[in-house]
Design a binder for this molecule. Structure first.
Ligand code: SF4
Length: 234
């Protein structure tokens, strides 16, 4: 029995794994408290959500293999789950591609997964420039760990993206440029539009209006000199 608590599953997703149709698996719990996070139950109260066993998920995936051959593991923060590596191995050994979504706080876990050739894609959230990391994560974030994860991913052979949710009022244009400097030389960076869907950790942010798309396009253009590809996602 793999020691991992799966708290949600989306059987078919066209958006969670670039160029793949995937099944998305949600793990509960997180060490960050990003005020704009829209998965409050998954982060704060994962035990109120029904638990799905890894065996059940594997059986589902195998039954549906002719339609879906890729799995996105997201959270919460998946790298906190003790059974993550075993779960990923069980997927890879059955021929599934695996994408990991992470906040980058556990570089040792990311290093082990990369060294074991267990990942096909990594998406790491880079929440803020260094001086705003605590504000945007609602915690005392370990910046050295974040920088180590960035370096590990940037220097890996695996396809990846770094991404930032552009929270209006908390992140300004200059903050995004500072993040661009942190990621200098990265192959792929995504500016993710702020959304108010789901249950926000800080419901007060529900009234915030996202930046206009033209603002994000303008910031993306200013980031181009540091980064190979900058994408705006709404
Ligand atoms: S958005 Fe922040 S709080 Fe929510 S799951 Fe991701 S890292 Fe955790």
């Amino acid at each position: 029995m793999i020691p991992i608590a799966i708290r949600g599953i989306q059987l078919t997703s066209l958006v969670d794994f670039p160029s793949e149709v995937c099944t998305t698996v949600f793990l509960g719990g997180c060490n960050f408290r990003c005020p704009w996070c829209h998965n409050a139950d998954l982060v704060l109260r994962p035990s109120v959500l029904p638990e799905i066993s890894p065996a059940e998920v594997l059986n589902l995936l195998i039954r549906r293999r002719s339609w879906v051959q890729a799995v996105c593991i997201t959270g919460g923060e998946p790298t906190l789950a003790p059974g993550l590596e075993e779960f990923v191995r069980s997927l890879k050994s059955r021929g599934f591609k695996v994408k990991l979504d992470t906040n980058g706080s556990q570089p040792d876990v990311i290093a082990r997964l990369l060294a074991g050739d267990l990942l096909d894609y990594v998406a790491m959230d880079v929440k803020a420039p260094p001086e705003k990391y605590d504000l945007l994560t609602g915690t005392r974030a370990d910046l050295e760990a974040i920088k180590e994860s960035i370096a590990l991913i940037k220097n890996s052979r695996v396809a990846y993206e770094f991404r930032t949710t552009v929270v209006p009022g908390l992140l300004e244009e200059e903050d995004l440029l500072a993040i661009g400097q942190m990621l200098a030389g990265a192959r792929h960076y995504v500016l993710q539009q702020f959304r108010t869907a789901g249950t926000l950790l800080n419901p007060g942010l529900r009234e915030l209006l996202p930046y206009p798309e033209t603002t994000l396009d303008h910031i993306a253009a200013r980031l181009q000199p540091f980064l190979a590809e900058v994408e705006v996602k709404s």
